[in-house]
Design a binder for this molecule. Structure first.
Ligand code: NAD
Length: 432
C-alpha cells in the first residue's frame, strides 16, 4: 500500500518507519528542511531507542521529502501526525492539522483515507472531513478516520510494533477495512469504534494516567508529613490487580508533550461544552505544585541560593528521550539561577537540546562526577539508569556539602545509612 505520513516527530516518524518495516511504501513529509535532509541520509532527527536501526533496515521502503504534493497526490492512505500543542487558553492548537488537511484537499488525485493520528478534541475528525470536502480540487472520494496514537517516548518503536491496542474510529466500513489492511501484520488487538469515541479514548486514557500520577503524588506528600513510606505504600497497593504497579511512581510530576497539554485540552473542551471535569482540574493543579517540590525542599537546607554550586542530574522530562517539553528542569533551573546559584547540568542525551534553551551561564558536564564535584546541593530531576547505578559514595567524596534531593526516588533509603549524605526524596523520610 502507498502511504504518506505528515509530520516526522516522535509519532509521525516512528509510525512511518514501523509501517515501512512491514513492507509498505511510505513517504514521510515534514516542513522542516534540516530534519528531512538528516532523514534522507538515514539519520534519525530524534532520540528514540531502536529507531535508527529500524530506519536503516527499512530505507528501501522510505522516502523523506518536504514536497507534500508528490506524497499526497497518489497515496492510498495519508496519516496526519503533526503537533497539536497547547494554546494560551489551554485548548488544542489545530493549525498544523488543518494546514495538512488543506494540502491534501489541494493535491489528492485518487480515492484515499486520511487518518488522524494527532491527538485532537472530540469532533475534530468531523470538521476535517467537511473542510477537505469543501476545499478539495479533484473529484475523488476522501475518507477520514481517527487512529489515535498510544506510544510512549523512549519505548515508541516497541509500543508501535506491539501496541496495546489499535483504535480505529470510523463512520463507515471502507476506511476501517483499509486500516485493518494497513495494520494486518501488527500484533495488536484492533478495535473499530465510532470516530468520536476514538477521539475520546485517547484523551480519557492519557488523562487517567495523569490522574493516577497526581493521585500518588498527593499520597506521597501526605506520607512525608505523617511518616509513611510511599515506596512501601505503592508496593502494597500495586498487588491489587485492579490498581496494578504501573504509573504509581511518585516524583516531581509528569511532563512531556502529552499529559500536560492533554489534561488542559480536555478540561477546556469540557468547560466549553458546559461540563466540569473536577478530577482532571485537580490533577493539573497537583502537578503544577509538584514540579517545584525540590526547590521548596532546598529551602530547608539553604535560606537562599546565592553563589551555591548546584548539580542537576537529568533535564529531560523522563529517561529514554531527548525531549524537554514541559520538563521540570525548564522551570526549576531558572529559579535557582535567578537566586544566584551556579548550575552544572548532566544529562546523557538531553543536554544538547537544553543548551539551545540555556546557552549561557550553565556548565554542561559529560559525567555525573563532574557535575557533583564541589557542589553544595544535588537535584535529581530525571531517573536515568546512570543515576540509579551511580556509586552513591561518590556524592560524599566529591560534593562540598553532600545534600542530595531526589525527585525520582532513585535509591533505597538503606543505601545512605552509614554515610554523611543527606538524602531527601519524595514521600519518604529524610536520611541524615
Ligand atoms: P512533534 O512536535 O515531535 O512533531 C511534529 C512534526 O510535524 C514536526 O517535525 C513538524 O515540523 C511537523 N509539521 C508541522 N506542520 C507540518 C506540515 N504541514 N506538514 C508536514 N509536517 C509538519 O510532535 P509529536 O510529539 O510527534 O506529536 C504529534 C501528535 O501526536 C500530537 O498531537 C501529540 O499529542 C500526539 N501524540 C504524541 C505522543 C508522544 O509521545 N510524543 C504520543 C501519542 C500521541
Amino acid at each position: 500500500m502507498k502511504i504518506a505520513v505528515a509530520g516526522t516527530g516522535y509519532v509521525g516518524l516512528v509510525t512511518g518507519v514501523c509501517l515501512a518495516s512491514k513492507g509498505h511504501k511510505v513517504t514521510c513529509v515534514d516542513v522542516d528542511e534540516n530534519k528531512v535532509k538528516k532523514m534522507q541520509r538515514g539519520e534519525s532527527p530524534i532520540y528514540e531507542p531502536g529507531l535508527p536501526e529500524l530506519m536503516k533496515e527499512s530505507m528501501e521502503n522510505l522516502i523523506f521529502t518536504t514536497d507534500y504534493k508528490s506524497a499526497y497526490q497518489d497515496a492510498d492512505v495519508i496519516f496526519i501526525g503533526v503537533g497539536t500543542p497547547e494554546k494560551y487558553d489551554g485548548s488544542a492548537n489545530l493549525t498544523y492539522v488543518f494546514q495538512v488537511a488543506k494540502q491534501i484537499a489541494q493535491t489528492a488525485e485518487k480515492h484515499c483515507v486520511v487518518v488522524l493520528k494527532s491527538t485532537v478534541p472530540i469532533g475534530t475528525n468531523d470538521k476535517i472531513e467537511s473542510y477537505i470536502h469543501n476545499k478539495q480540487v479533484n473529484d475523488v472520494k476522501i475518507y477520514v478516520a481517527s487512529n489515535p496514537e498510544f506510544l510512549s517516548q523512549g519505548t515508541a518503536v516497541h509500543d508501535t510494533l506491539h501496541a496495546s491496542r489499535i483504535v480505529i474510529g470510523v463512520t463507515e466500513e471502507y476506511p476501517a477495512d483499509v486500516l485493518k489492511q494497513v495494520y494486518e501484520n501488527f500484533d495488536a488487538p484492533k478495535l473499530v469504534v465510532e470516530r468520536r469515541s476514538a477521539e475520546m479514548i485517547k484523551y480519557a486514557s492519557n488523562d487517567f494516567l495523569a490522574l493516577k500520577i497526581s493521585y500518588i503524588n498527593e499520597i506521597a506528600n501526605l506520607c512525608e508529613t505523617v511518616g509513611a513510606d510511599i515506596e512501601e505504600v505503592t508496593a502494597g497497593m500495586g498487588f491489587d490487580e485492579r490498581i496494578g504497579h504501573r504509573f504509581l511512581k511518585s516524583g516531581i510530576g509528569y511532563g512531556g508533550s502529552c499529559f500536560p497539554k492533554d489534561t488542559k485540552a480536555l478540561n477546556w473542551f469540557a468547560n466549553f461544552n458546559d461540563n466540569e471535569l473536577r478530577t482532571i482540574k485537580a490533577a493539573i493543579e497537583v502537578n503544577e505544585n509538584q514540579k517545584f517540590k525540590l526547590v521548596k525542599k532546598a529551602k530547608k537546607y539553604y535560606n537562599d541560593f546565592l553563589f551555591l554550586n548546584v548539580a542537576i542530574l537529568g533535564c529531560t522530562f523522563k529517561p529514554g528521550t531527548d525531549d524537554l517539553r514541559e520538563a521540570p528542569s525548564l522551570v526549576n533551573i531558572p529559579i535557582l539561577m535567578e537566586d544566584g546559584a551556579y548550575i552544572r547540568v548532566w544529562d546523557p542525551v538531553g543536554q544538547e537540546n537544553f543548551k539551545k534553551c540555556f546557552p549561557e551561564k550553565i556548565q554542561y558536564c559529560s559525567c555525573i562526577e563532574d557535575a557533583i564535584a564541589g557542589a553544595d546541593l544535588c537535584l535529581i530531576l530525571t531517573e536515568w539508569g546512570e543515576v540509579k547505578e551511580f556509586d552513591i559514595k561518590k556524592y560524599e567524596e566529591l560534593m562540598k556539602h553532600p545534600i542530595v534531593l531526589d525527585g525520582r526516588n532513585c535509591y533505597n533509603l538503606s543505601d545512605f545509612a552509614n554515610t554523611r549524605i543527606t538524602y531527601d526524596s519524595i514521600g519518604r523520610r529524610t536520611v541524615n
